[in-house]
Design a protein around this ligand. Structure first.
Ligand code: ZN
Length: 73
């Protein structure tokens, strides 16, 4: 029974693909967190841009529209 080895997608190190490796397909918790962090950042930026675009399309004809938008502190 041979161990199945894979390349860590984050750092390229050999990692064991087995139930013993809770971080598969990564070699370690550190690499897994780095990858998750990159994803979270990307999604956050996309969401922020989308919100800004929607705000730009608002007509602003209603006097209360500006007050309804969340203010940045
Ligand atoms: Zn790694």
């Amino acid at each position: 029974m041979s161990k199945r080895m894979i390349d860590c997608p984050q750092c390229g190190e050999k990692a064991e693909w087995s139930e013993n490796n809770a971080f598969r397909p990564f070699c370690s918790e550190r690499c897994r967190l780095i990858d998750l962090g990159a994803w979270a950042n990307e999604e956050y930026q996309i969401a922020t841009n989308t919100n800004q675009d929607e705000n730009d399309f608002s007509t602003g004809d209603e006097p209360g529209a500006r007050e309804a938008t969340p203010t940045m502190h």
